[in-house]
Write a protein that binds this ligand. Structure first.
Ligand code: ARG
Ligand code: ASP
Length: 709
């Protein structure tokens, strides 16, 4: 057994192997090691076209949009595309009763009508650098875990300071890859004058709503359009009417030539988080314990929300966005749990670990898998308690509202101040969308579930005291929801700095703090301590897996887990079979929108203009070969949350779509990618162009785009 091979060599050897499937999220600066495989699969450009620090490359047309989406530049005047669900908050913030842009859509008819957005930024990656040597300098065996962590933090801080000192709007971060076997420095340029240019009505941009979310066949026109503004020298600058459209180093040309089964596709974006290399015990916990528990709790909450939403139009509007976010992860976990089970991932991983352990005997990796297994078992009840807390006590709306208000009080040298304006804003936003009956019903259900699921010896003393005092969860809820001062909309207006006790001693703050104290004292310290140990062992295990692969020549290709850094995923336009007897083809069309159209169902009630266009077949030049407007398509690119809004690029480097989702049967791709069933869902760029022209009457935007085909 060769154990001489260094990690660097292992990384290179591992990554030049042709991957068997289109799995992987690759670092753009190392794409040279994948380019032969990409070209073999149909890509016509070179590595330098994807990422270069010497010339403009495709990376210069991709941005991290807001805190967790991707966007792409499509004109030399900084025009940017992303998803409707990524721009949702901005579209909503400009909406009022008179101008309901969420409902009706928004289209600037010239640049002066574009709307600025407070707090929204985009980041371009300037460059990335391997800084492992610098970050790990001095981190040797002579230091203990804590000392090493401290040193890594200090070393990171230093290079971040150096990197950002160089210029305007620079931001930097150091990220661990392969569990700290490598460290990379990422340097970004951040722009903060980003204006809303266009958005379709939600009946197009969110067509299908939560019913169609994570599903195929899909017909959502999930896009919105923004523009980046800069100062006269093209530098980042805060909003100013004097700012001018940003001139990008690179932008995407748009291909309207169509999308066909088997076509090469490539996604450039910011995937958030994956865990492809974890131990079978960790996967077992996710698939058999955590996901089922969270799904069960959310099913109950969604049921309560739905009941109230169905009974009142006002509540439906108030809770639709909350419902969407509860249901988004709920549906994803169901797919994940199913996918892990169906593919027997735990058993397969366990088998792999057995072989790994045999190979590792007598080496420094000996016993590693057993140690990991035992640590995962040790952490399990703590992790479970933490997740239970998150999904129950922390979902009580009144409690999180009260805690945010109490944070508007601050104490300094015995003096108390109260930021009344901030508190007032929090209060009005809260009450606009709050229904105490829903909150109380969820409180009762979640507290009962908490007691049922928490192991006896983890039960918070606070909880026991409350049950002793009130006799039942229902009586406890009666007391909170009839006496808390925070239920009164006028409470905040009556508060001043002298009233800190009124806020802090309120019954709902007592609830909030009772749980928080339990979690911070009895759960979090153990989670953090054991997690640090797990991270360290995973660093070893990661290295071991690479060496093992090399030793047995299994052709496994390693890519670092996603961590919201820029990645390339490539593959093909491809359908799939979700179950025996069913096959899903690659593309959907406007015909499917009309089939689903139903004025009585909110999620499927399309604008009348779209019905009229369908009837008259007035499609402009955007119809596909079938004569219909193409809407969405499937591909097997490896994506995850954060990839929303990512450009979908063809073999020539031109834009054919915008990524926005995956199919639920394949969401276990965050843990194990199954080429049979993992598919990403993209909006066909022709549906976007059609909507701009025919629904938005905003074809002035075409003047600055460049079309090919
Ligand atoms: N499932 C997609 C993602 O995880 C889209 C979510 C937004 N759409 C919705 N109907 N909730 O972000
Ligand atoms: N919908 C996700 C996002 O917003 C993408 C995914 O999970 O596939 O990033």
């Amino acid at each position: 057994m060769t154990r001489k091979i260094t990690l660097a060599v292992a990384l290179i050897i591992a990554t030049v192997t042709t991957s068997r499937a289109d799995e992987g999220m690759w670092l753009p600066s190392l794409i040279g090691s994948r380019i032969a495989d990409m070209q073999e699969k149909g890509f016509k450009l070179d590595a330098e076209d994807i990422y270069s620090i010497n010339q403009a490359s495709l990376k210069d047309a991709v941005v991290l949009f807001g805190g967790g989406c991707t966007g792409e530049i499509v004109s030399e005047a900084g025009l940017l595309l992303t998803n409707h669900h990524c721009g949702y908050r901005q579209i909503q913030s400009h909406s009022s009763v008179e101008h309901d842009y969420l409902r009706d859509g928004f289209w600037a008819m010239n640049r002066s009508e574009e709307l600025p957005n407070k707090g929204l930024t985009v980041k371009f990656l300037e460059r990335m650098e391997d800084v492992t040597g610098i970050i790990l300098k001095g981190c040797d065996e002579s230091r203990n875990e804590d000392e090493r962590t401290k040193l890594i933090d200090e070393n990171s801080k230093k290079i971040i300071e150096q990197a950002t000192a160089e210029g305007n709007g620079l931001r930097a971060s150091v990220e661990a890859l392969y569990y700290g076997n490598q460290y990379y420095l990422f340097i970004y340029r951040e722009y903060s004058d980003i204006r809303l240019v266009g958005a379709p009505p939600s009946s197009i941009g969110k067509f299908g709503g939560d019913t169609d979310n994570w599903m195929w066949p899909r017909h959502t026109g999930d896009f919105s359009i923004f523009r980046i503004y800069a100062d006269k020298d093209n530098n980042p600058a805060p909003y100013s009417p004097d700012n001018v459209p940003y001139r990008p180093k690179k932008f995407f040309k748009i291909s309207t030539g169509g999308v066909h089964e088997g076509d090469f596709t490539f996604i450039y974006g910011f995937p958030g988080s994956t865990q492809e290399y974890i131990h079978s015990e960790a996967v077992r916990y996710i698939g058999e314990v955590s996901d089922p528990q969270k799904i069960k709790l959310r099913t109950i909450r969604l049921g309560i929300l739905k009941k109230h939403m169905d009974s009142s139009q006002k509540i439906r509007i108030q809770y639709s966005s909350k419902y969407a976010s509860i249901s988004n992860a709920w549906k994803k976990w169901q797919g994940e749990e199913l996918g892990l089970r169906r593919n027997r991932i735990v058993a397969k991983k366990a088998q792999y670990e057995k072989k790994f352990a045999q190979w590792a005997e007598g080496s420094s990796y000996s016993g590693l898998c057993d140690s990991l297994a035992s640590l995962y078992k040790t952490i399990e009840p703590y992790r479970f308690a933490g997740e239970l807390y998150n999904e129950t006590a922390r979902t009580v709306e009144l409690a999180s509202y009260a805690s945010r208000i109490s944070r508007c009080f601050s104490k300094k040298d015995g003096n108390v101040t109260f930021d009344k304006d901030a508190a007032g804003e929090i209060a009005s936003a809260f009450f606009k969308d709050y229904c105490p009956d829903i909150d109380k019903e969820c409180f009762i259900a979640m507290m009962e579930e908490f007691a049922e699921s928490i192991p006896e010896d983890f039960m918070p003393e606070y909880y026991k005291r409350m049950i002793l005092k009130y006799g039942s969860v229902a009586a406890w809820a009666d007391e909170i929801f009839s006496t808390s001062a925070f239920l009164d909309e006028n409470f905040i207006a009556s508060l001043s700095e002298c009233d800190i006790e009124k806020a802090e001693d309120d019954i709902i703050m007592d609830f909030y703090n009772g749980f928080l104290k339990w979690y911070s004292k009895e759960i979090r310290p153990s989670v953090e301590r054991i997690n640090a140990r797990i991270f360290d062992l995973n660093k070893e295990y990661m290295k071991g897996q690479m060496e093992y692969s090399e030793a047995v020549s299994d052709g496994r290709a390693f890519y670092p887990d996603a961590n919201l850094t820029l990645r390339v995923a490539y593959g093909h336009v491809k359908g799939y079979s979700p179950a025996d007897g069913i096959y899903y083809v690659t593309s959907s069309t406007i015909k499917g929108i009309i089939q689903k159209d139903d004025p009585n169902i909110f999620d499927y009630n399309i604008p009348q203009s779209l019905r009229d266009i369908y009837a008259s077949k007035d499609y402009g030049k955007w119809a596909g070969e079938s004569g219909e407007i193409p809407v969405c398509f499937l591909a097997d690119n490896h994506t995850t949350g954060g990839n929303s809004g990512s450009p979908v690029i063809n073999c020539n480097g031109d834009l054919i779509g915008i990524n926005f989702d995956r199919v639920w049967e394949g969401t276990m791709s965050d843990i194990a990618f199954d080429p049979e069933r993992c598919r990403n869902i993209s909006l066909d760029v022709r549906y976007l162009l059609f909507t701009i022209e025919k629904i938005g009457n905003a074809s002035w935007l075409f003047d600055e785009m460049v079309f090919v085909d």
